[in-house]
Design a protein around this ligand. Structure first.
Ligand code: FAD
Length: 392
């Protein structure tokens, strides 16, 4: 388990990881915990900066990543969600049972880096990997004219890596604002197929007067949309950022020989919301365990089986969410309004509130909505797989 990692030409690690964010740092923690030599390469000079995320996540998801973040990282706890239709019809969901928190992503990533480093992982910031190639029995990776040799490489390089593998994204963005129209415990979601085609606009409060507002959609100008929203609400903008949102499902395959992708790089974000902290973080954990087992047993099949493990956990749910998102994005403004009227006057919001699973919400929605209603509203949505899910 020897390695050399200085600024000289020959660097070797048992495992190299591209990307010092959720997936890469969790994978690094798992590999180092098993006693293997692992280095994580992050292009930015500071872990967690720039911040490109709202930090909305279920407490149970964080727990499943094996993490107990300090209270200084948790910015807020949310207990309600209000959805607005194009003509401002409302659906309110009591989300208290879903135990949803808002974390400071920048601090959270530093916390993960500390965990990974404590386990023995080497973290190298300010190192942008320019390319990698498999040359059995190793993978060669380059940065700043240097070559790194590894037995296994984990690509946790986020959306850039996903796009380079053929993944599709939507333009998205987020502002930090100071304002007073929202309630501290309530997430707001605005749905409008013309203003935000294929996605939505959101408000995530972090205190009584600070919130993260965001939007994503096909072909929209996110800065114009968010500038106008902030102006309409009389809010002051404290920070602006733009980044692609991934909501079209995971890649077909995550592993090829000695290289595996995890997190956004594999498209492990929920198709309905683009959220990837838990599902992509779990991808990092499983990829890290797969890599460590492959080294221990000298058998790359253990790396390959990480993909099956992740799909067993999330495959069906992602499939359903993907279909739901695709079906929903075909609705017109009037149809969305009618759907809101129908849902708001039914027991559906109450049933969804009772279900209490933030990470598997499509199953809750399908169950609450009922098959008969789905068939009449979204004919194209009716599949055998859906029947199986509903009857589970
Ligand atoms: C506007 C917005 C809001 C979001 N809000 C939420 C939310 O509320 N909840 C939620 O669960 N998810 C949210 N997400 C999604 C979430 O941010 C991602 O799913 C999550 O960050 C994925 O983590 P990751 O480690 O896979 O990738 P990333 O966080 O993208 O990290 C990839 C890392 O790799 C580095 N890197 C890339 N290429 C190289 C290279 N060649 N060499 C070295 N380093 C490289 C990058 O600098 C980066 O640090 C949001 C996304 C966006 C865009």
């Amino acid at each position: 388990m020897q390695s050399k990692d200085s600024d000289s030409e020959n660097i070797s690690n048992e495992v190299s990881i591209i990307g010092g964010s959720i997936a890469g740092l969790l994978a690094g923690r798992e590999i180092a915990t098993e006693g293997f030599d692992v280095a994580i390469y992050e292009e930015h000079r500071e872990i967690g900066v720039p911040e490109k995320c709202d930090g909305l996540v279920s407490a149970s998801g964080i727990d499943r990543l094996g993490l107990v973040p300090p209270s200084s990282i948790v910015q807020n706890t949310l207990s309600r969600a209000i959805f607005f239709s194009p003509s401002m019809k409302e659906i309110s969901i009591n989300a208290a049972r879903q135990n949803v928190i808002v974390i400071d992503r920048s601090r959270f990533d530093k916390f993960l880096a500390e965990r990974a480093a404590k386990a023995g992982a080497k973290i190298r910031v300010g190192r942008r990997v320019s390319q990698y190639a498999q040359k059995d029995p190793q993978v060669l990776m380059k940065f700043d004219g240097q070559t790194v040799r590894s037995k296994i490489l984990l690509d946790c390089g986020g959306y850039e890596s996903y796009i380079s593998a053929g993944g599709r994204t939507l333009q998205g963005g987020q502002y930090l604002v100071f304002g007073n129209w929202f309630e501290k415990n309530t997430v707001e979601v605005y749905i409008d197929p013309i203003e935000y085609p294929g996605f939505f606009k959101w408000v995530i409060p972090i205190s009584n007067d600070m919130a993260k507002i965001g939007v994503a959609g096909e072909g929209i100008n996110i800065f114009q949309t968010l500038d106008k929203f902030a102006e309409d609400k009389g809010a002051q903008i404290l920070r602006k950022m733009a980044a692609p949102v991934l909501c079209f499902g995971s890649l077909k395959s995550f592993v090829s020989g000695r290289v595996a992708r995890a997190g956004d790089a594999a498209g492990q974000t929920k198709p309905t919301t683009g959220g990837g902290i838990y599902t992509g973080g779990y991808g990092g954990v499983l990829a890290g365990r797969g890599a460590a087992r492959a080294l221990k047993e000298n058998d790359l099949n253990y790396l390959t089986s990480y993909e099956d493990d992740w799909k067993k956990e999330f495959g069906r749910e992602f499939n359903l969410q993907n279909r739901a998102r695709a079906a929903f994005s075909k609705l017109t403004r009037d149809q969305v309004d009618r759907l809101f009227e129908m849902v708001a006057s039914s027991e559906i919001p109450e049933k969804i509130s009772e279900e209490g699973d933030f990470d598997r919400h499509s199953i809750a929605i399908v169950k609450a909505f009922g098959l008969a209603n789905i068939v009449s509203t979204f004919g194209m949505f009716f599949t055998n797989e859906l029947k199986q899910l509903v009857s589970r």
